[in-house]
Every structure is written in structure tokens, then in C-alpha cells.
Design a protein around this ligand. Sequence first.
Ligand SMILES: Nc1nc2c(ncn2[C@@H]2O[C@H](COP(=O)(O)OP(=O)(O)O)[C@@H](O)[C@H]2O)c(=O)[nH]1
Ligand SMILES: Nc1ncnc2c1ncn2[C@@H]1O[C@H](COP(=O)(O)OP(=O)(O)O)[C@@H](O)[C@H]1O
Length: 210
Amino acid sequence: MSVVRGLLIVLSGPSGVGKGTVRAAVFDREDHNYVYSVSATTRQSRPGEVHGVDYHFVTHDEFKELIDQDALLEYAEYVGNFYGTPIAKIEEELAKGHDVFLEIEVQGAMKVRERMPEGVFIFLAPPNLGELENRITNRGTDSQEVIYERMQKAREEIELMKHYDYVVINDEVENAVDQINAIICSEHLKVERTIEKIQRDIHDYFQKGD
Ligand SMILES: Nc1nc2c(ncn2[C@@H]2O[C@H](COP(=O)(O)OP(=O)(O)O)[C@@H](O)[C@H]2O)c(=O)[nH]1
Ligand SMILES: Nc1ncnc2c1ncn2[C@@H]1O[C@H](COP(=O)(O)OP(=O)(O)O)[C@@H](O)[C@H]1O
């Protein structure tokens, strides 16, 4: 029997809302077949980040080469750095039946929607903007100037959340994880029901002809 293609799951949300934290908790749960799409970026690595695991940290020239080779599904500039999604691994993993998680900002997500509208687009929102600022500040990875820029960006991003299929509020990590798992489960059911319906239709059609 052929393998049912995996789901493309796109998770976006403002910097500091908790995308990385929630995604790690989603991946921590047992019995999943999720694969994380590691992006390429020109941003400097933060302490603790691992090349090839968190990001492929590349130079501007290397990033340009990826664009020229058409190796990116999408890319965007975000607060002075480039970020892009390598396409090859995504196709390979979806074909194996694995669900592929993209954690990308909104401009990139909208480009993915144009190219792969079958994706499941989830926006992770903060309970409020004051809490968002606290989270970025407490994470301790960004200067005051970068925090200011990221908060300005958050305003634009939240405006675009209406273009997503689902909005999940990250009040408590466990709640957000439960909601994301429920969304994925229901999207899988939708695909299975569609396949069953087509199979029934084929069956009925040929029975009639007998
Ligand atoms: N368009 C696009 N955005 C990405 C990609 N990888 C990461 N991002 C987004 O770029 C933004 C900045 O990422 P980062 O510097 O790691 O900051 P953080 O999200 O605050 O940890 C976040 O919204 C990421 O989700 C990518 O491949 N494409
Ligand atoms: N639900 C939550 N409640 C409180 N703090 C959170 C929650 N989710 C994430 N955080 C904290 O907020 C900060 C930013 O989270 P992170 O996962 O790095 O965000 P993002 O990947 O969206 O930039 C981290 O210090 C993280 O521990």
C-alpha cells in the first residue's frame, strides 16, 4: 500500500511568544512522527544553539547561493537577517509520511501558503503584548534595541494572524501543546476521510459498471 503523504505544519508567531518552547514540548510527547525543518539563517548563533539542529548558520554569500540554486521553499528578511526554508528535506519527509514542522515568520508563511496551500497554518499568539515583551526580555538573548524592533514587528504580525487556519494562545505551554496536537489529529482525520470517500466513490463507480 502506498504511504499517505505527511502534513506540512506551519507555526508562526511573534518573536518571544514561545514557538520554540511549544514546538519542543510537542516533539517531546511520545508516538509522534514529526520532523522539524531546520532553516538557514544569516543571524549569529545564540549561546546553546547548535549548527544543523537549531539552524544552518550561513554567511550572506552562502544564503545567496541557496536562493540562486532555488534550494529554498521561501525566504524572508527579519529584523536585519535572512531566514529561509530548505525545500529538499521537506519533500523527502512528506513523501515518507512524516509530518513536517516549519517554524517561520509571517511573510514566509504566506509564501508557503501560495506554493503549498494544503499546509496547516497555525499562529501562536501571546496572551497580551506586555507578556510578550516580558518573555523576550527574560529570555535574555536580545539587546534593548532588538527587543524594540521585535515588538514593532509583533504588531504587524498580529495583524496578519487572520490569514491562518488556526490561532492558539500560548498562555500555558501545556494548553498550547494540547491544542496543537488536537489540530494535527483533526487534520489527519480530514485527510483520511477524504481518501476513504474517494475510495468509496471508485468502488461504487465500478460496481455500477459490472
Ligand atoms: N520566513 C522564514 N522565517 C523564519 C525561518 N526560520 C525562522 N524564521 C523566523 O524568523 C524569526 C526570527 O527568528 P529568530 O531570530 O530565531 O528569533 P526567535 O523566533 O525570537 O527565537 C522568527 O519568527 C522565526 O520563526 C525561515 O526559514 N523562513
Ligand atoms: N507559556 C509560556 N509562559 C511563560 N513563558 C513562556 C511560555 N512559553 C515560552 N515562554 C518563555 O518565553 C521565552 C521565549 O520563548 P521562545 O520559545 O524562545 O520563543 P520564540 O521561539 O517564539 O521566539 C523563553 O524564555 C520561554 O521560556
